[in-house]
Ligand binder design. Structure first.
Ligand SMILES: Nc1ncnc2c1ncn2[C@@H]1O[C@H](COP(=O)(O)OP(=O)(O)OP(=O)(O)O)[C@@H](O)[C@H]1O
Ligand SMILES: [Mg+2]
Length: 291
């Protein structure tokens, strides 16, 4: 409605100007108006992550390893971004920046609008706990601890939750990843896929601004990997913001955008207009052998 009103006002203004301005100037006004509207449309997406010329150098003896050599991008709310690149291209270093686990040598990082670089370690830890859900290749679950207890963990630092509310939130998160029937199973009593589901539930329980996954399908067989991708795509469809770091170029077919790193720089950053369905891919896999 507001858009229509603005448009009408703009048209009226242009028509009025037509009376006493040369035709080419009124055309410029229209073009300028259109440009501003397009910029507004672009701005209306919420930026969850912004990197500005982030560099990360490591001193090793007399040498300086330039792991990130000026990386800039914005990630918008609701994107499912894969980050790829060959071994040594800087993926883990980048993920450590995004996850507030490390500080850049130079450049700025804004997480959900908050500048991260000048924060103290404890401020960063708090921000990380509230804003980021991590999913790791090796699940990082507490051993011999039940699914519910593992998922409750990020809420321990959140004063808004008492014990009963923590448990309730954890059970809900586990049900959402299809583990409602494994609540009291311990980490060592579950399969890899189930453990990764627990890890995803743990990543989501705090309702983070972004989910960061590091090779989240790296330890899983093909079928289980696709099951995880189905889950990530469901989260994407629910509007979650996901960053998924991986070696596997096939995974980019299922994400909405792919950033490719090489030698610590962005080589390619492309939006995927043809996102394949992981559910379809899973359905077309040969049936598991039942012997
Ligand atoms: N703590 C460190 N100290 C020194 N050099 C480092 C450190 N961490 C990473 N590097 C170097 O930075 C570069 C990028 O490493 P990074 O771990 O980010 O690569 P990657 O893309 O994650 O590789 P992989 O796919 O093998 O995990 C490499 O050359 C690596 O040797
Ligand atoms: Mg790595």
């Amino acid at each position: 409605m507001a858009m229509v009103a603005t448009k009408t006002a703009a048209t009226t203004k242009t028509v009025r100007r037509d009376n006493f301005l040369p035709a080419n100037i009124s055309l410029q006004v229209i073009l300028l108006n259109r440009q501003t509207m397009e910029e507004k449309k672009e701005d209306s997406r919420k930026v969850v992550i912004e990197l500005q010329n982030v560099k990360r150098y490591f001193k090793v003896g007399d040498e300086t390893v330039k792991a990130l050599r000026g990386v800039s991008f914005k990630i918008y709310e609701g994107e499912f971004v894969t980050i790829m690149g060959t071994s040594g291209s800087g993926k883990s270093t980048l993920l450590n920046q995004l996850g507030c686990l490390d500080t850049p040598t130079s450049g700025e990082y804004f997480l959900d609008g908050t500048p991260v670089r000048k924060m103290s370690k404890s401020q960063r830890a708090k921000l990380r706990n509230r804003k980021i859900g991590f999913v790791f290749q090796n699940y990082n679950l507490l051993p011999k601890t039940t699914a519910v207890e593992n998922v409750e963990l990020p809420l321990m630092y959140n004063k808004k939750y008492n014990a009963a509310q923590r448990r309730e939130a954890a059970i809900k998160a586990l049900q959402a990843v299809g583990l409602g029937d494994r609540l009291e199973h311990k980490s060592n009593q579950m399969s890899g896929g189930q453990m990764q589901r627990v890890a995803i539930a743990r990543a989501l329980v705090n309702d983070p601004a972004v989910v960061l996954a590091d090779e989240a399908t790296g330890n899983l067989d093909t079928r289980t990997s696709f099951e995880m991708l189905v889950l990530f795509q469901e989260l994407y469809h629910q509007g979650r913001t996901i960053i998924f770091v991986t070696h596997n170029p096939d995974i980019a077919k299922y994400s909405s955008r792919n950033i490719n790193l090489r030698d610590g720089k962005i080589r390619e950053d492309v939006v995927n207009d043809n996102i394949l369905s992981a559910a379809d891919a899973l359905a077309s896999l040969p049936a598991p052998q039942d012997d």
